[in-house]
Write a protein that binds this ligand. Sequence first.
Ligand code: GUN
Ligand code: ZN
Length: 437
Amino acid sequence: MSQNNFFRGSIYHCVEKNGNLNPIYFDDGLMVVDNETGRIVDVGSFSDLTSTWDTSNNLIHFQDRLIMPGFVDTHVHYPQYKVIASYGTNLLEWLNKYTYLEEQRFSDEDYANQIANLFLDELIKNGTTTVMTFCASFKQSVDAFFSASEKRNLRMVAGKVMMDRNAPEGLCDNSDDSYLDSKELIEKWHNKGRLSYAVTPRFAPTSSKSQLEQASKLLKEYPDSDGKKGVLLQTHMNENGEEIEWVKKLFPESKNYFGVYDDHGITGNNCVFGHCIHNTAEEYQRIAETGSKVALCPTSNLFLGSGLFELEKLESHGIDVSIASDVGGGDSFSMFQVMNGAYKVCRMNDFNLDPVKAFYLTTLGAAKVLNMDDCIGNFEVEKEADFIVVDLNATEIISQKNRISSNITDTLFNLMTLGDDRLIDEVYIMGQRTFKK
Ligand code: GUN
Ligand code: ZN
């Protein structure tokens, strides 16, 4: 019989039933994790569960700590680890001045390995346990990321950037090579342990029509089948005014930016569109009709001055949304800070992002965007035990504020407003501790 580990402390997570969010909080809770499978066996209040479970062995008691699901970041660029905090540019200038130069360094496998490991260290110490990341356009940049993730037993999604025009020659592939390289990487990594592949055309301006068609072909060649998940797709859309004008010139036959992807067969519930700030009414409708997913990137949009997304509008169309860091356009790895940014963007639209929703958008809702809500995102039985232990007294001001919280929602709001990596005390992956501050 396999052995269980017991984690006692305050526990917060959120379940979704018939489209409604149901926040669940145990002031003195217990989570039971199967040590062999790393999956959740039971969760509830300590006093209720002690009649079921003998906790006299293998019990860890976290005092003044909150156990929560690990964060899921649905849009980030690991090769931009050192691009973060680049001064004084809008999106297109920033790409040319900083980003493309740095990404060229990822043709060097050793460099890619080094940055992949630094990036994963930074994620974990910020409590982020799963990401979907863009790699660079070199195959070896993908191998580096997946190898480093596999060693740490992380659930991760990544893909080789496809770009065959309008970028420095050293970064461009061509549509045949990008198809073949992506296919080779899918065969090598997709559904290997906890890893998944995302077909990754960077954004419409850097792909020819033929490359977008190749991306669509890959999606069709690797659909969900026999209980195995198909590949995902990640790209950017409607982030910046100049970018949108450029897309109109490059693809005059398409109705709008989303139309470019739609016309080339790369929309649907396995496709995640980053940003989606400046959507037209038709685009909102079509994103919804196709079941496509959205990753909003508040800290990046503020840092690059790209604009203010409209969360309410996306949700009123029934679109599945998440919020994401978009490092290195985003200026923080901390999903607390990403929620803080999202709250402020919503305030600019005179709308309140409540903390239960904010944490949903960085955990279960984000898992849903990646079609992974069956295995991560909350503490339902049988899910993988990727969780974080939050120190409720990590800073004086957070401690003072939490002492006057009237309920868990107040505490969550303190965390998302004032929090950062200082709050993350421990991180567990599949029930095993991988980080202790
Ligand atoms: N659009 C195309 N490439 C990028 C990128 O690397 N970052 C962001 N924020 N937007 C993009
Ligand atoms: Zn991005």
